[in-house]
Design a protein. Structure first.
Lengths: 117, 115
């Protein structure tokens, strides 16, 4: 149980275009979903936290208007990279939790590798 | 703010050797949670363990063991009799109870096990 999927698993887009990444909790309702970014050979950096039906909370330094997060249901969150540029190329990972308190296990998706040319 | 330090960037061992991955953390919360994840070349994170700050018992799971010491703010991970399949990047992470589940990861340790 507690499976999280991401789609697509990889995407190549041209500079200036937008790309949407989906994160789904397949067998549970996620109270909270998280989006992380991981550059090559680096750690995971939290980008934003989103709760269903409310606006996402972005980490300092993450542009809200560039990385649009929509958490419309308890099983789906989307991350849209708007006007993508080569520096946005990265591995994007989402996670989901069905707990209500700190320290609840996060279930991670398999990641989406974005390449902007 | 919480912080996790994994001082070992890369470790290389020969198969069957034991290896310990270090993790040191900082937090002001009295209630917090520590995690270890494995990230193989495929990229998908594999959950290994979660411990809360009130449980300092060491844990063993097969060839894996964890040593949690609050006195030194460390949560070290040991692989006994390493195997080539253990080659991966290992991340230690910290989540504070009062911080909306936000999880902060260490920089990771890349473990290479040679045959």
């Amino acid at each position: 149980g507690a499976v999280v999927s991401q789609h697509p698993s990889w995407v190549i887009c041209k500079s200036g275009t937008s790309v949407k990444i989906e994160c789904r909790s397949l067998d549970f309702q996620a109270t909270t979903m998280f989006w992380y970014r991981q550059f090559p050979k680096q750690s995971l950096m939290l980008m934003a936290t989103s709760n269903e039906g409310s606006k996402a909370t972005y980490e300092q330094g993450v542009e809200k208007d560039k990385f649009l997060i929509n958490h419309a249901s308890l099983t789906l969150s989307t991350l849209t990279v708007t006007s993508a540029h080569p520096e946005d190329s990265s591995f994007y990972i989402c996670s989901a939790t069905f707990g209500a308190g700190g320290g609840d296990e996060q279930y991670f998706g398999p990641g989406t590798r974005l390449t902007v040319t | 703010a919480q912080k996790v330090t994994q001082a070992q960037t890369e470790i290389s061992v020969v198969e069957k050797e034991d290896v310990t991955l270090d993790c040191v953390y900082e937090t002001r919360d009295t209630t917090y949670y520590l995690f270890w994840y494995k990230q193989p070349p495929s990229g998908e994170l594999v959950f290994l363990i979660r411990r809360n700050s009130f449980d300092e018992q060491n844990e063993i799971s097969g060839r894996y063991s964890w040593n949690f010491q609050k006195s030194t703010s460390s949560f070290n991970f040991t692989i006994t009799a390493s195997q080539v399949v253990d080659s991966a990047v290992y991340f230690c992470a910290l989540s504070e109870a009062g911080n909306n589940n936000d999880m902060r990861f260490g920089a990771g340790t890349r473990l290479t096990v040679k045959p």
